[in-house]
Design a protein around this ligand. Structure first.
Ligand SMILES: Nc1ncnc2c1ncn2[C@@H]1O[C@H](COP(=O)(O)OP(=O)(O)OP(=O)(O)O)[C@@H](O)[C@H]1O
Length: 272
């Protein structure tokens, strides 16, 4: 069996301006292939803006996004959707579909424009991709439910299943765990880590980022201010500068990654 190497994703000098406002300013970053990069930073730092630009949903006003050296914004929407899956923060709750139909929507970019008779091998592949995604996201018991009736956490797991049915090379996740209970937060990130797909996940929980992300990238006011392994980036000094919070950073006794304990607010962010 040939093993395809994980895809390289990078942003070069990426800028996004809307009206007179600079939402993202000259962000250059190479995401580690096959690994999870946690995208951190306070509210309004530019995490969603960066994810949307990398997903190809926002055309940058400067710079470019390269997927294995190819300009992502030069791809058609369909080709992009075969390679990049984006799990957005807000899912549309009005769709009157079953959960199974929502998940199967992830196959759309792989299907032809016109219905053609498919052979049984193709059918079997379609079924096994959907079944694997359903199992990975632990949503088998929800398949016949009506999508608008799901809870926030159930919806997030269904969105993961839909993203996985795209068979993406790159997974972009915007606060994917914010509605999940503790067990599903850990389960979700363990599942994603096991996929070996180049993943970028915007997260607010520094402890989760430290435990599950191979690297973290920190945004502040639309600029990339730190990038590297959590053990190097998640220091009390950086957290004070970026979030204006006094924390103590220790080694986690079980996994030896940073364990972050907050002590309280600092009156000012300590950025000069
Ligand atoms: N269309 C727009 N016009 C003007 N400003 C915008 C627009 N879209 C986003 N912004 C602003 O850009 C900044 C970055 O927003 P973004 O959603 O990327 O932040 P974020 O880091 O994802 O924040 P959060 O953690 O709150 O989700 C915010 O100040 C936001 O208000």
């Amino acid at each position: 069996m040939t093993v395809t190497p994980p895809v390289g994703l990078r942003a070069e000098g990426l800028g996004v301006r809307v009206g007179g406002a600079t939402l993202l300013d000259a962000v250059s970053i190479a995401f580690r292939p096959g690994r999870i990069t946690g995208l951190l930073g306070p509210n309004g730092a530019g995490k969603t803006t960066l994810l949307r630009a990398v997903a190809g949903l926002t055309r940058p006003s400067a710079g470019r996004v390269l997927l294995d050296g190819e300009d992502l914004h030069a791809l058609t929407a369909r080709r992009r959707a075969r390679r990049v899956a984006f799990m957005e923060q807000q899912a549309d709750t009005r769709l009157s579909l079953t959960v199974r139909q929502v998940i199967e929507l992830g196959r759309t970019p792989h299907r032809g424009r016109w219905p053609v008779p498919t052979d049984s091998a193709a059918d079997a592949h379609e079924r096994s991709v959907v079944a694997d995604a359903v199992a990975a996201a632990d949503v088998g018991h929800l398949l016949d439910r009506s999508w608008p009736t799901l809870s926030g956490g159930e919806r997030q797991r269904v969105q993961l299943a839909r993203a996985l049915t795209q068979e993406p090379d790159v997974l972009l996740l915007d606060e994917p765990t914010n509605h999940l209970d503790l067990r599903h937060q850990l389960g979700f990130l363990e599942t994603v880590r096991g996929l070996g797909i180049t993943t970028v996940a915007a997260l607010h929980d520094l402890e989760l980022a430290a435990a599950y992300c191979d690297e973290v990238a920190v945004l502040l006011d639309g600029r990339l201010v730190a990038h590297g392994p959590g053990s190097e980036v998640l220091t009390s000094r950086t957290i004070a500068e970026v979030y204006g919070v006094d924390v103590t950073v220790e080694r986690h006794p079980r996994h030896d990654r940073p364990h972050i304990r907050w002590n309280g607010l600092l009156h000012e962010r300590t950025t000069p």
